[in-house]
Design a binder for this molecule. Structure first.
Ligand code: ATP
Ligand code: ZN
Length: 304
């Protein structure tokens, strides 16, 4: 009884393929990527009940099942097909070197994999690292970097608290993830080389069937709408009719701005969409051109 209900709920309606396939998506169980991963799904209208302490949970309103895993395991599970897709940091993805496809960069979990040395050292360039001991949880990426730069160094693989290695005499340098740099600073270290800029990405198994791909496409379509919205603002302003032409010429809009007459004669209300990066510059120009009562409103979803 319940099964047929689920079939009805998901089948032709959600993945558009007429079957009741479900996409298995792996996200980090807890840690730095967890909250943003859940948020991006929520912003895409996918409701998952608090499954924090569970291994997996099915969404109520989208044919997707979320697996909560350690981030290090996600590339392997996606390669094996235990999960169909996953959200993981590029740092972990490239370190593991698994055969999966990257679909989207998700603009969160931003950090860099960097080499740091003790602050008291005079770092003169890459040659400093030659024949030194470097502690890291990223031996593969570090080795690639050393090879590329023809450096010979001893790699000490440790799984956590890499930053304390120089202080306890275990290494001369570290290769670790950095975002603000405060952890390095607190441990008397300074960042000297960046190996990789990383952010969270959406990955998929390389041989998904058509139904699963259709679900994934729907998910990506929604993610684009959310990301577009984040980069744009909805702008409403009042313009004296004699400046209308000039003001309209300043606004890019999705097609062209909407212009509505105001109750007060000689004035119009102008509605448009502005991109985040050009926003302040255009607002200044709009003010100079006579715009008044400018309202800026965040956009929740944007389909272009
Ligand atoms: P797990 O228990 O899942 O293995 P973890 O301890 O390996 O967790 P977290 O510290 O939660 O991992 O980091 C997860 C990911 O968050 C990193 O792999 C990286 O992609 C991203 N990240 C962003 N900023 C930082 C940072 N400053 N330090 C570490 N990771 C960061
Ligand atoms: Zn991890």
């Amino acid at each position: 009884m319940q099964e047929s209900f689920i079939k009805k709920k998901y089948a032709p309606m959600e993945n558009g393929t007429g079957d009741n396939e479900i996409l298995k998506l792996a996200i980090q169980k807890s840690g730095r990527l967890f909250e943003d991963s859940v948020k991006i799904l929520k912003d895409c209208g996918i409701e998952i009940r608090n499954g924090h302490n569970r291994l997996k949970v099915e969404a109520d309103n989208f044919p997707i099942e979320i697996y909560f895993l350690r981030d290090d395991d996600i590339p392997q599970y996606v390669e094996d097909g235990v999960a169909d897709a996953g959200i993981v940091g590029e740092n972990v993805l490239y370190e593991k070197g698994k055969e999966v496809a990257v679909l989207e960069r998700l603009a969160f979990g931003k950090c860099r994999l960097s080499i740091a040395v003790e602050r008291k050292e005079e770092y003169t360039g890459l040659q400093f690292l030659h024949h030194k001991r470097i502690a890291t949880s990223y031996p593969f990426l570090l080795e690639q970097f050393l090879k590329k730069n023809q450096l010979d160094a001893e790699i000490h693989e440790i799984s956590g608290s890499v930053e304390i290695a120089p202080g306890i005499g275990l290494a001369d340098a570290v290769c670790d993830l950095v975002s603000s740099g405060s952890t390095l600073f607190m441990n008397g270290l300074k960042e000297v080389e960046t190996i990789l800029h990383s952010q969270a990405v959406l990955i998929k198994n390389v041989s998904l069937n058509k139904s699963k791909l259709a679900i994934l496409e729907k998910l990506i379509f929604r993610m684009h709408a959310v990301q577009q919205a984040k980069h744009n603002k909805y702008v409403l302003l009042n313009a004296p009719n004699d400046s209308l032409e000039r003001i309209i010429s300043l606004l890019p809009g999705m097609k062209s701005p909407s212009v509505l007459p105001l109750a007060e004669p000689g004035w119009s209300s102008v509605h448009s969409v502005l991109q985040e990066d050009e926003f302040w510059e255009i607002i200044e120009k709009l003010k100079d051109a006579g715009a008044e009562g400018i309202l800026v409103i965040p956009i929740e979803k944007m389909i272009v």
